[in-house]
Write a protein that binds this ligand. Structure first.
Ligand code: FAD
Length: 405
């Protein structure tokens, strides 16, 4: 069931990041003529996050805006930056918005789209310690780049995609980098240990000190400045700067008391939605990193991927416009640039899926994932064509035997 918008309906979008911008753009492209209000908590126009762990660090390129400034006025999108939605009242169909000066106002909606992204999980006990960073915003990236400009030793805690990219970027900048990960390999939670070993190989070859299978007991500071990281075996790794990449949590605090249902932590949390992003409350949709969609097999899942957000934005807009009958289900896609290699993952790999490495020249590689004999995902490094051409096989159920034949 969809909420086909009346032409004059007001759509309020909470969160002016990738998901919010793409929904607004799709609504206008689809012919919606009513007001589109986009409320964003950050101070500057919507920008892209993937460069933050890559070129914003290595080449100091600054913020990469998602759209030219005039796009919003030209598209009649009422962009309100520096404002935060504090609460949602689905009964009254309104949101309460807090402005930068502390004053508040109420904004009514006919349809509400939530796209508020994630907050990085902080390392406990180091609030305010100089030289310890998380990475989500352009300000975070600029602070890391500034600290890195002094050179020295960096420790990256957590070898997920962002941790691995930051390690590669800091190494590229000439720092001595230690990458610490409690799982047996980097990326183990995302793609399992066999692929994790291939990623480890790449970092080790470059000279990054990868300490996998070991936890961090504490970040050690002296006079308010970080000096090292104590590993769970007692080793102290010296550090001039520490980047913490130990996961993120969906931004849903403003939904307290709204009755909008959240998915359980076991399935990734975030706002629980159906296959087109509709939350369990009339007229409310969610997408992007903070949304937990039901897939066409009935499983609730949350992805933190750029392309997935873009696909979801098209689906949400189509649902609002009543044109979602033509929509192709989203297949999650993630890329990660580490050194000279583009790693790509398409599909829903699980760490305990069967992994079939079909190509590995010591640098570039290609692997398929399967479960119960069916293809679940493909991953590759430096194998763009092979990865992307697997997409149709992930949209419809495909036996792994057909892929390997
Ligand atoms: C460092 C980094 C590197 C990445 N690299 C890759 C990559 O290589 N490949 C890939 O596929 N993906 C990558 N991603 C993920 C990708 O950027 C995200 O999937 C994408 O940004 C999700 O968009 P979103 O709109 O859901 O959230 P966001 O882009 O985070 O936008 C959410 C916005 O909502 C705002 N907001 C939050 N609460 C409120 C509120 N109450 N009121 C108003 N506004 C609010 C936030 O301030 C934020 O601006 C990366 C992410 C990061 C952080």
């Amino acid at each position: 069931m969809t909420d086909k918008l009346a032409p004059e309906a007001t759509v309020v979008i909470v969160g002016a990041g990738l998901g919010g911008v793409r929904v607004a753009e799709n609504l206008r492209a689809g012919g919606h003529t009513g007001p589109v209000v986009m409320i964003g908590a950050e101070a500057h126009p919507p920008y892209d996050r993937p460069p933050l762990s890559k070129k914003v660090l290595t080449e100091a390129i600054g913020r990469v805006d998602l759209k030219a400034d005039e796009f919003y006025a030209d598209s009649s999108i009422d962009l309100r930056m520096g404002e935060r939605v504090a609460s949602v009242d689905p009964g009254a169909k309104s949101v309460t918005v807090t402005k930068a000066d502390g004053t508040s106002y109420t904004q009514d909606y006919d349809a509400l789209v939530l796209a508020t992204g994630l907050l990085p999980r902080p390392f406990p006990g180091v609030a305010g310690v100089d030289g310890v960073f998380t990475l989500r915003t352009v300000e975070d990236a600029q602070r890391i780049a500034e600290a890195a400009s002094a050179g020295g030793q960096a420790v990256v805690i957590g070898a997920g995609f962002i941790g691995c990219e930051v390690a590669a970027s800091l190494h590229t900048l000439g720092l001595a980098v230690t990458l610490v990960e409690p799982a047996p390999t980097p990326l183990a939670q995302a793609v399992g240990t066999q692929i994790g070993a291939l990623v480890t190989r790449q970092h080790v070859e470059k000279g990054v000190d990868v300490r996998a299978g070991i936890g961090v007991d504490e970040i050690v500071a002296e006079a308010g400045k970080v000096i090292g990281v104590r590993l769970s075996d007692g080793t102290l790794v010296d550090a001039d700067l520490v980047v913490v990449g130990i996961g993120s949590t969906p931004v849903v605090d403003y939904l307290d008391g709204s009755g909008i249902e959240l998915a359980s932590r076991e399935v990734g949390g975030g706002v629980a939605c159906n296959e087109v992003g509709r939350a369990g409350v009339d007229g409310v949709y969610a997408l992007g990193d903070m949304a937990n969609w039901r897939d066409h097999g009935g499983t609730q899942r949350r992805a933190e991927h750029w392309n997935h957000t873009v696909e979801q934005a098209a689906i949400v807009a189509a649902a609002l416009l009543g044109t979602d009958h033509a929509v192709v289900p989203a297949v999650p896609y993630f890329w990660s640039d580490q050194y000279d290699l583009k790693i790509q993952v398409l599909g829903w790999p699980k760490p305990d899926d069967d992994v079939h490495i079909v190509d590995d020249d010591g640098h570039k590689w290609l692997a398929y994932f399967s479960r119960d004999g069916m293809l679940t995902a493909v991953a590759g490094a430096g194998k763009i064509g092979a990865v992307m051409k697997t997409r149709p096989k992930l949209v419809t159920p495909t036996p792994i035997a057909d892929v390997l034949a």
